[in-house]
Design a protein around this ligand. Sequence first.
Ligand SMILES: *[C@@H]1O[C@H](CO)[C@@H](O)[C@H](O)[C@H]1NC(C)=O
Ligand SMILES: *[C@@H]1O[C@H](CO)[C@@H](O)[C@H](O)[C@H]1NC(C)=O
Ligand SMILES: CC(=O)N[C@H]1CO[C@H](CO)[C@@H](O)[C@@H]1O
Length: 471
Amino acid sequence: MTASPSAARILTLPRFAILALILVAIFFLRDTFLPTESPYRSHSTSSAHLHTQPDQASHYESGSNTQDKSSNITPSVHHATNTSATDEPESCLSVPGADNVLIMLKTGATELYQKLPTHFMTTFTCDFELYRKLQQYQREGQNLHALSGSGGWNLDKWKFLPMLHQAFESAPDHIEWFLLMEADTSISWTNLLQWLKTMDPQKPYYLGAQNVIGSTTFAHGGSGVVISRRAADLLEEKRRNLGKSHYDSIWEETTSTSCCGDEIVARAFLDVDVPLTPAWPLIQGETVSSIDWKPDHWCTVALTWHHVQPIEIDALFQFETAWITTHGWDKPYLYRDVFAHFLDRHISVNRTAWNNLSKDHRFVLPSLPQTREDPTKDFDQLRPFEQDAVRSQDACAEACRRHRKCLQWMFLPEGRCYLGEVMRFGRSDERDGGNAGAQAQAQEHWVSGWMQDRVERFKAGFEGCEVRWHG
Ligand SMILES: *[C@@H]1O[C@H](CO)[C@@H](O)[C@H](O)[C@H]1NC(C)=O
Ligand SMILES: *[C@@H]1O[C@H](CO)[C@@H](O)[C@H](O)[C@H]1NC(C)=O
Ligand SMILES: CC(=O)N[C@H]1CO[C@H](CO)[C@@H](O)[C@@H]1O
């Protein structure tokens, strides 16, 4: 690869792709703009944001084609009209410490309209934003639609470092922490801020849910990545010393050979001697439905969720708002509190058409075609009660009872009984029937159930547990 022509290509490609790369920089100005409204009322104010959004975007689509980044930044300033509610704890606008955190939300053109509005209606209403930047990367006549589909993901990796440099360089001095998230990441602001208070931003931190690709341990991007000011400064110092364009072209070269942007970020930080500080399971990549509710999680502060649908982001936000109203700012909520709020009542009954993701033991009638997951053991090696388990829901539940560690079971009438040793809520399996309506009707559905007494015992085992603040 020769330096200049290919580097030029690399430079422009991401710009096409990230027409809608959005750098949302939000500063919470609690001391300046204290709210009089509850977050619920803020929903109405946020509709203004929603309306401005498409305008700005379409402006950009037809917009000027310039390398000068500052020229297409549109600050959008909203001022609170009153400061009378200084000590009103329910409002998320007064999150203590929030003004020192800068949030970057990375998204793509193809998901912009679908996923972004929820953030403006929920957590970002807390911001009372000082400004918001929409950063357009130039389009140079390319048709945006040509970039959707798998190409969008291939290009995603190019966004990471430019976005970080942009944020690190433009952040005001008082910013102590940077948070990078994606459009389908949900984050607890109050827990985040309490967690950040346990660390010193003058120390270099690059924090996130640890993942490994090859020899690199990196913070998974969709789970959320937290970077201290010191770490950001080290990175920018190196970039300045090497010369920005030289530094950037080196990293563009590296990016071209890597699969993923979040992995490249890890390498860039390692390059300035800032290895990842693991933050799992505070920062993690599951949803409330898919997470395994293990001892690891139970008493841990719950910070992030990933692959969250807009409606779930809203639900989590409502939960957080209610939590603050009841408990105030300085009591974090833990995974077990999320469980209690969202799942307790649902697992107290058996659920039909429900795939609870049990998979530790799978008993399958041998005559069935192996279309779903394979059995975990040959049928003829199963104990009699395990063989029986494929015949009825009762027998499946009984098999769970006889497995000492079994917490949940799922049964499919065609002859499948799966047992789970960790609690997972799972999801409706209606959609497993395919898209043809009639076919879906004809298809059998799972029934799932939980061992109520064991779930209760599991929970009781953590009474009075110590809050876990670190990965
Ligand atoms: C702001 O609050 C004060 C009371 O603290 C009140 O007198 C004033 O009218 C309010 N102003 C606005 C614009 O709501
Ligand atoms: C769930 O189904 C099992 C097996 O049929 C049954 O034994 C159990 O009583 C049911 N539990 C509830 C809460 O209905
Ligand atoms: C039977 C069934 O639908 N099982 C699914 C459970 O969930 C896992 C992962 O989420 C899927 O891979 C299985 O197909």
